[in-house]
Design a protein around this ligand. Sequence first.
Ligand code: HEM
Length: 191
Amino acid sequence: MKAQQTKDIQPFVLWLAWLLALTLTIDYLLHYTQTLWVEQYMGIFGTCLIVLSFSYSLRKKKIITFGKIKTFLRAHEYLAWTGALMVLAHGGIHFNAILPWAAAAAMLVAVISGLVGKYLLKQSTDTLSKRKDELAKSGLSSEEIEKKIFWEALAVNAMKKWKSVHKPITIIFAASAALHILIIFLFWRWN
Ligand code: HEM
């Protein structure tokens, strides 16, 4: 069962680790090649990808009427993940102001909750119900089963709340990102 649990969290951990590793690599390469000006454009490109990823909402609300919802959802996942990578690389590993970091933190929470919904929840729910079946077959009473799976059940229940994090955090992310972009356009001198 431990091996199964490790297998369950693998895709989630890999997509998250991949995001952080690529951010660090891009940041390192931009510093190494002294092309840090590229970061500004990565921010714009990443934002465009994330905005484009919201076409899933438009499809769900039938404002867009063509194409399968599933295709739009897949596009949402990949576009938002890639956009987040561009935005994180744009932020780089330096701290200048609170607002852009608040936006980046909200974006990361959106990505992590999205990855939970896509990769962790279903596998963990399946594994938990298999474990319940096994324990029941071994002759344990339902109270004993509840005790044995207490922590796993708690974790799965917490994961089920991913949507109530994923959607509201988008509003906080969008508001802080919009404010950050507005301030940049008001004060920034482009190279
Ligand atoms: C910048 C990062 C992200 C933002 C701001 C974001 C935002 C959103 C929003 C607003 C919705 C609701 C759409 C609607 O119902 O109208 C949504 C749905 C969803 N997102 Fe994301 N998302 C992000 C990244 C991700 C990632 C990386 C994944 C997974 C790989 C993901 C997976 C999902 C899934 C599975 C849904 C469908 C929920 C449903 O309709 O039942 N999201 N996202």
